[in-house]
Design a protein around this ligand. Structure first.
Ligand SMILES: CCCCCCCC(=O)SCCNC(=O)CCNC(=O)[C@H](O)C(C)(C)COP(=O)(O)OP(=O)(O)OC[C@H]1O[C@@H](n2cnc3c(N)ncnc32)[C@H](O)[C@@H]1OP(=O)(O)O
Length: 172
């Protein structure tokens, strides 16, 4: 796997929010209609998340047959979505609202339908509103990652960011 991704020189390690879930605790969905995590999104991934130590999160979902890309294997965009959701949820350890500004994925191995895909995510640091994250994905029985990812999330003001799409919001 290869990447030209590099972290900025002025990066700082942010502080985990004191109200963040304890290590080992389940983290909540960020929105019930979300394709990645929402419990009110029947076609979604239904991802689940466990807070780790420090600025880390473990996440997973089952690779259902409807996520097929090539014969018998996951669609690459679905894997990318899994990374996006898992790393975005990791940023919730800072108790700020974020959106994805940049996401890159290296796909190392095909992922067979029926697998449970697991993600190990971390916050690498922050600069102003920018939060940098990286992650690896694994399937059961494999110690080597099947894919890796790096992403930049940017903290937003929710009211401002969603001001033109408020009609879709029941509640947050
Ligand atoms: C909540 C947890 C779970 C979430 C999981 C799912 C997350 C998602 O999928 S979100 C949906 C997909 N993402 C989006 O729709 C975002 C669309 N983009 C935007 O709205 C805007 O471009 C946004 C908010 C990212 C940045 O805009 P804005 O608020 O005006 O800030 P802006 O000043 O442009 O950028 C802030 C900083 O980020 C940097 N930045 C912004 N975009 C990028 C980029 N693509 N690459 C590198 N740097 C970037 C800027 O250079 C700036 O850096 P600095 O502080 O050094 O000047």
């Amino acid at each position: 796997m290869s990447s030209t991704w590099s972290l900025p020189a002025d990066i700082e390690i942010p502080v985990r929010h004191p109200m963040a879930p304890e290590p080992g605790a389940q983290m909540r969905e960020h929105w019930e209609k979300c394709f990645g995590c929402g419990s009110d999104q029947p076609t979604g991934l239904g991802m689940t998340f466990i807070a780790g130590e420090g600025l880390t999160v473990e996440a997973q979902f089952d690779v259902a047959h409807r996520y097929q890309g090539g014969p018998g294997v996951i669609h690459g965009g679905i894997l990318s979505t899994g990374f996006d959701e898992a790393m975005g949820t990791c940023c919730m350890l800072l108790a700020n609202s974020v959106v994805t500004a940049h996401l890159e994925v290296d796909y190392a191995r095909p992922i067979v339908l029926g697998s449970t895909l697991k993600f190990s995510c971390r916050i690498d640091g922050a600069v102003r509103r920018k939060v940098y994250s990286s992650a690896e994905a694994y399937v059961d029985g494999s110690n080597a990652p099947v894919a890796t990812a790096r992403a930049l999330f940017v903290q937003i003001d929710m009211d401002q960011h969603f001001k033109d799409t408020k009609q879709f919001i029941d509640h947050f």
